[in-house]
Write a new protein. Structure first.
Lengths: 307, 535
């Protein structure tokens, strides 16, 4: 398989069994070159295990993984020439300064474009003259993001890259991901935040308890996504109109207050509220685990349906 | 919380208690086999041991009534316990103060409304409880082992045990106090080790130079040595006990005050982080294999260079004052002039190069702790996420170890030669070189075993190396006791180095050390190829 034609990431029956039902089991996914692929799952689902297998840091119990057609185990060194990586937990470089960390890992990566590093650090407002131990959690994350992006890799493998970043830097990170994709890079990004992957990804693999549940398009994701909504009215509650709205479930009304669950778009609910005197409306997104449980309640662990 | 804190000491307790239980057993056996049974034989044995004690004064206190089993075990087994428990106290205090903060356990306890003074008190109490178990085990082992040959006074053992327990708790309290000044686990370990080395030197200097007797009383080691109740006619030193108790209370109160004044994961005193820092370009060393690892370890290396140079100067200075008095002992005169007409050279061979073995082994262990930390702190995973072969990681560690060890050995030998010349005795340069370079393969054996341990069990690497060092030390004593062939003693890494300044390079030992280093780093390479990296 020529590396130019190969999928950016492909796995076949990839498994890492830690015993007691923990690990990753029979993962079959294919990430096309140039796409941003979200890897979504609750804590402990197997996201980090998958990424460590792709990076050759863990050994599969069975199955294989390839990056640009290169075997992730036997050709690990060659694979890493094409990959930029953000670990879930930043490494602890202690007394080394940010610039020294860049030089240390940059030299191992085969050299870096200093002008590009400067551009990245300015965008993320990161001071490289500081010692690593002086950095806040967010700044440590920014440094590992710079390390991942600095050699313009063909594939970015990012394990929960926005955890610890403030909202402004999260937005800047999303812009960086889009720019990387425009430059032809592929992005494999894990997250447990539904709205985040919806925001930047082309497709999403959903993993739960070590099994790939679904490879979803953005439309599928909208269906999974739900919000708990509470509406307070000045007068009567238009309960029937709201019950008839598409994607609105679990409607309960008490006094002048209504609670419901909205899946997908808010437009049908907004339509049902036309003419009513709404005093207050609150909405919150449940945790991914909660959304999964609601979406897959009663069903056995699903078999992937790759798109 | 006290129970949980005690649980955190369980591995230290198991490891160090094992050493403290086995040592009296071996030493009673050695005495029974070597000391003879008649009064004349015992007196001759005691005379020999007195000569040996001078050679080993950097490790053992002055012997007292070594013509008796109780006196011998007190000197040979319980005398070394002060060094053994120091390692435990340093590690336990650093772990209790800084390790638990890095694991955010302290955050949880404080959030659960445990007061800071109570936390300090409970950590001190939990270590005290663990130390008590270890000391009681050592006491029991001593009484039972001695009962096979000649009974020892239980009250005497209890007195020495009390002194040892107080030494352990004192060292823990003092190390906990200096750990308040640091901001990391490794910083706390280094600060604790530095303090303990200074206190230890204060004691051993007085073992050879009585003019330093007053100075030695600042050291908890002296307070411990002053009790010799195990031997017939010995006593429990009340002044030493009182000073230990006072030191524990003072260090405990000061630790609680310091802890109350500082931030979690912060040092007691810190300079404010400047608004702007000077943007220094990164060192070019970071671009080159081996050099970049040496650069990362540069402060460790600098610290060991300084310690080695200071100890070398100290030992050489000590030699000048002590060599004349040693020559009055017939056994020592023969030993010190063996292979050289100059007894001073013999003294340097015994004292400085014996100490240098311990120093370079300590440096190797420190390097290994850095490799293990790279693993547990995610740096190894970061390195392996770049296009680097796994074998290159081990090769680079070996290269950096060679560079570091060569530098430390060279600095130590140079300092010894310069100090000696300054005191009017010129050391034979060829001899010093001949005795110095075998220290490199000697230290590499520890580094190589550490490479295997840090690759296979990164969190237990230092414990594994400690067991090796202890086993190596004991191997010299075991063969006669167990009726093993004499060559088994040569398996001790300390034996493999030999005494090259006096008797020339021990080539068989040298080849063995090189083989261990090659096999060790080779095995580490194979393990690294197969292992998983990260959590």
């Amino acid at each position: 398989m020529g590396s130019d034609e190969a999928a950016a990431v492909r796995t076949s029956g990839l498994s890492r069994d830690y015993g007691a039902g923990r690990g990753l089991f029979d993962l079959d996914i294919e990430v096309r070159a140039g796409e941003v692929f979200g890897y979504l799952g609750p804590n402990g689902a197997g996201k980090t295990t998958t990424i460590r297998l792709l990076m050759g840091l863990a050994r599969p119990t069975r199955g294989s993984a390839w990056i640009f057609g290169l075997d992730c185990q036997s050709q690990a060194v060659e694979v890493k020439r094409h990959v930029g990586y953000v670990a879930g937990e930043p490494p602890q470089f202690g007394a080394l300064r940010g610039r020294e960390v860049i030089a240390y890992l940059g030299a191992m990566a085969g050299g870096i474009d200093q002008a590009y590093v400067k551009q990245l650090t300015e965008r993320l407002e990161l001071d490289l003259s500081r010692r690593f131990r002086e950095y806040s959690t967010g700044n440590k994350k920014k440094l590992v993001l710079v390390v991942a992006f600095m050699h313009r890799p063909r594939l970015l493998i990012l394990d929960e890259p926005t955890s610890g970043l403030d909202p402004l830097n999260q937005q800047e990170f999303y812009v960086m991901v889009r720019e990387a994709r425009q430059d032809g890079a592929t992005v494999f990004l894990s997250s447990h935040v539904l709205s985040e992957v919806e925001h930047i990804c082309d497709r999403v693999g959903i993993i739960r308890s070590g099994h790939l549940v679904k490879v979803a398009s953005l439309e599928d994701l909208h269906r999974i996504r739900m919000h708990h909504v509470e509406v307070e009215f000045a007068g009567d509650v238009p309960v029937e109109a709201i019950r008839r709205a598409v994607g609105v479930d679990g409607v309960t009304a008490e006094n002048h207050r209504l609670r419901c669950v909205v899946r997908g778009s808010f437009e049908p609910l907004m339509g049902a509220l036309v003419g009513a005197h709404v005093v207050n409306l609150t909405s919150h997104e449940p945790s991914l685990e909660e959304a999964f449980l609601a979406y897959y309640s009663g069903a056995e662990e699903g078999v992937a349906s790759p798109c | 919380m006290l129970r949980y804190a005690f649980r955190l000491h369980r591995w230290g307790l198991v490891g160090f208690a094992a050493v403290m239980v086995l040592s009296p057993y071996f030493q009673t056996g050695t005495f029974a086999q070597s000391a003879g049974t008649t009064a004349a034989q015992r007196a001759a044995f005691a005379h020999e041991m007195s000569a040996l004690a001078v050679q080993l004064s950097y490790l053992l206190p002055a012997p007292y009534r070594v013509d008796t089993l109780a006196g011998y075990v007190q000197w040979r087994a319980w005398g070394t316990f002060s060094v053994v428990v120091s390692v435990w106290a340093i590690a336990a205090a650093a772990g209790a103060v800084r390790g638990d903060e890095e694991k955010q356990l302290v955050d949880s306890w404080l959030a659960a409304q445990v007061s800071r003074p109570r936390l300090v008190a409970s950590r001190l109490a939990s270590f005290g409880a663990a130390a008590l178990v270890a000391v009681m085990a050592a006491s029991l082992s001593t009484v039972l082992a001695a009962a096979r040959y000649e009974p020892v006074s239980v009250a005497g053992v209890a007195g020495k045990a009390l002194a040892l327990w107080l030494l352990m708790v004192t060292l823990f309290a003092l190390c906990s106090l200096v750990a308040q000044l640091t901001a990391s686990l490794r910083g706390a370990q280094a600060a604790g080790a530095g303090l303990v080395v200074v206190l230890y030197l204060c004691d051993i200097v007085a073992r050879s130079q009585h003019s330093f007797d007053g100075l030695s009383w600042v050291s908890p080691y002296r307070w411990y040595d002053a009790t010799d109740s195990m031997a017939p006619g010995g006593h429990l030193d009340v002044a030493g006990v009182g000073l230990s108790v006072a030191a524990i209370l003072a260090a405990g109160v000061l630790t609680a005050l310091a802890f109350a004044r500082r931030d979690l994961r912060g040092p007691l005193f810190s300079l404010p982080i400047p608004a702007a820092t000077r943007d220094v370009p990164p060192s070019p060393a970071l671009a080159w294999p081996v050099a970049r690892l040496v650069y990362r370890q540069r402060w460790t290396l600098a610290g060991w260079m300084l310690i080695t140079a200071l100890v070398a100067v100290f030992m050489v200075t000590l030699a000048h004052g002590a060599v004349e008095s040693l020559l009055s002992l017939p056994g020592m005169r023969a030993f010190l002039t063996h292979g050289s007409s100059d007894p001073y050279q013999g003294f340097i061979a015994t004292f400085w190069f014996g100490t240098a073995e311990l120093l370079v082994a300590g440096f190797a262990v420190h390097l290994v702790s850095g490799w293990a930390a790279d693993d547990t702190e995610g740096i190894l995973a970061a390195v392996l996420s770049t296009p680097r072969h796994r074998w290159a990681v081990i090769a680079e560690r070996a290269g950096a170890a060679v560079v570091g060890i060569v530098v430390v050995v060279a600095v130590g030998s140079l300092a010894a030669a310069v100090a000696s010349a300054g005191l009017g005795t010129r050391l034979d340069a060829a001899g010093v070189f001949r005795a110095s370079w075998p220290l490199v393969p000697f230290a590499l054996t520890f580094a190589a075993v550490g490479a295997v341990a840090s690759t296979r069990w990164p969190r237990a690497a230092i414990g594994v190396l400690g067991i090796l060092a202890f086993a190596s030390f004991m191997t010299a004593d075991l063969p006669p006791l167990m009726n093993w062939p004499g060559w088994v003693a040569d398996l001790s890494v300390f034996q493999l180095y030999g005494t090259p300044l006096l008797t020339g390079v021990f080539w068989n030992g040298l080849w063995a050390m090189l083989a261990i280093a090659a096999v060790g780093f080779g095995a580490a390479t194979l393990l690294m190829q197969r292992r998983e990296v990260g959590p």
